[in-house]
Write a protein that binds this ligand. Structure first.
Ligand code: SAJ
Length: 433
């Protein structure tokens, strides 16, 4: 049966490589649409959880997974051999930076190598991992054409950026428009049919490079605007102006303005990383992406700025950082999640620790993390804990913190998220960014 017919009749066998926060929801979505889907992941425990009808991703309810597994529509494996039977597949593997802050596309290359071993006529391959413009056309396409099969004729290749926003209850896969760029018009036709079976709106663009650039623009836009408001916070500090008052008033502008907020820095596995894929690519073409680099400089200077605020606050109480007990509240990279990747709170903890402070933390979502090699565990948030510290720092403004108790028992508070301000609480012992 021809590929298009297989999509229409839901007979296409689908494989999703990478069962993370992008791949697993995608696999569940395709299985819910009636396709037979196999998720591939190197992590055996993830595979086991899925095959037992469970879910390792907070956004995916196991009640959604188990019927799909029972019906045989969804399964998982560590064995790439299943790619031989797949008619359509999406690659959803990590694209981190390596130690020298350069793109690490090794996961994409490894997945492409597994596909190449089993590539056959009629297959559609879509890369979803965020990467620099040119990856699909210059790396994956040649790898797959080494088999002698020709893109657009024997197999079909596209790029479609993931737009999964963990924890977002409003925008899910189905109602988030899906941008798709492909190597040939025929490839685009198949990729659009593939995603149209689970997404309300597909947005075709002229090439894989354009589609790769769309995603990098989206996240660079955030990094640069966050960098801007962080610099506005630094400027307001010099001017003696309350940056939160200024931002609140600016946000009343009903057009031509988009609110961003300053904070302790830029965390997560997307926003601090993705723009550097773009600036790295441009550097290889002798172009210096100034906004990206400048935003990076400002955003990564924020943890030190927070430590300066803490130092000044302790100084007011004639205390040094060295020897002071400092409690960090919230270490995840943003509120109400458990992810600490690139979290600026970790940088704040490190800097304070190096200055000789006794650093402890509480985060209901994060049980432990390594601070300069030492394992730190989340302390129970009690009035005694707060009262026993010299300075409390709100590094991540989790919703379910008892801010009243924190205020009542703290000697001083450095609030890096305006957590008290947004709750209408002000007090002489609260120092804001
Ligand atoms: N941050 C600020 N000020 C802001 C917004 C964010 O300091 O005004 C900080 C956060 O605290 C965090 C970092 O920036 O440390 C990143 O925050 P984020 O809100 O951008 O959240 P992420 O990293 O989860 O970004 C994801 C991205 N989704 C995808 O890449 C598919 C991003 O494109 C989304 O726009 C974002 O979620 C979202 O809007 O929630």
């Amino acid at each position: 049966m021809e590929l298009m017919q297989k999509v229409k009749t839901r007979k296409a066998e689908i494989a999703i490589i990478g069962m993370g926060y992008v791949g697993f929801p995608l696999a569940v979505e395709f299985a819910s649409a009636g396709f037979s889907v196999t998720g591939i992941d190197l992590n055996e425990s993830k595979v086991k959880v899925i095959n037992h009808g469970g879910s390792h991703i907070p956004d995916i309810d196991p009640a959604l997974v188990s019927p799909l597994v029972k019906k045989g529509l969804l399964k998982a494996t560590t064995d790439f051999e299943v790619l031989s039977d797949a008619d359509m597949m999406s690659i959803c593997v990590p694209t981190p930076l390596n130690k020298t802050k350069n793109p690490d596309v090794s996961f994409i290359l490894a997945a492409s190598g597994e596909i190449r071993k089993r590539l056959r006529r009629g297959q559609l391959i879509v890369l979803e991992s965020t990467t620099y413009p040119g990856t699909t056309e210059e790396l994956i396409r040649p790898m797959l054409e080494e088999t002698g099969l020709k893109v657009g004729k024997d197999f079909f290749l596209a790029f479609s950026p993931e737009r999964v926003d963990p924890g977002n209850k409003v925008y899910q896969i189905r109602n988030t428009p899906k941008v798709i760029g492909a190597c040939t018009p025929e490839c685009l036709r198949y990729a659009e049919a593939y995603y149209s079976s689970i997404v309300e709106q597909v947005v075709g663009v002229s090439s894989t490079d354009a589609a790769e650039m769309v995603k990098l623009l989206e996240n660079t836009f955030r990094a640069v605007n966050i960098g801007l408001v962080n610099e506005v916070a630094l400027m307001c500090d010099v001017l003696g102006i309350d940056v939160w008052e200024v931002l609140g008033a600016a946000a009343t502008k009903p057009f031509g303005y988009m609110p961003f907020l300053p904070g302790p820095g830029l965390g997560g596995h997307c926003i601090p990383i993705d723009p550097h894929y773009l600036s790295w690519k441009l550097k290889s073409l002798n172009y210096y992406a100034r906004f990206i680099e400048l935003a990076g400089e400002i955003n990564s200077s924020m943890p030190a700025y927070v430590v300066r605020k803490v130092t000044d606050a302790l100084n007011e109480a004639e205390r040094s950082v060295k020897g002071s007990k400092i409690l960090l509240l919230g270490v995840a990279y943003k509120k109400d999640i458990d992810d600490v990747r690139e979290s600026p709170a970790l940088d704040v903890a490190k800097l304070l620790h190096v200055k000789g402070a006794a650093v402890s933390y509480h985060d209901p979502f994060v049980q432990e993390f390594k601070l300069n090699g030492e394992l730190l565990s989340s302390r129970e948030l009690t009035a005694e804990l707060v009262a026993g510290t010299d300075c409390t720092v709100i590094t991540t403004d989790h919703s379910d913190f008892d801010y009243g108790m924190i205020l009542a028992n703290s000697r001083m508070i450095v609030d890096t998220r305006n957590a008290f301000g947004t709750r209408g609480i002000s007090d002489g012992k609260i120092v804001k960014l």
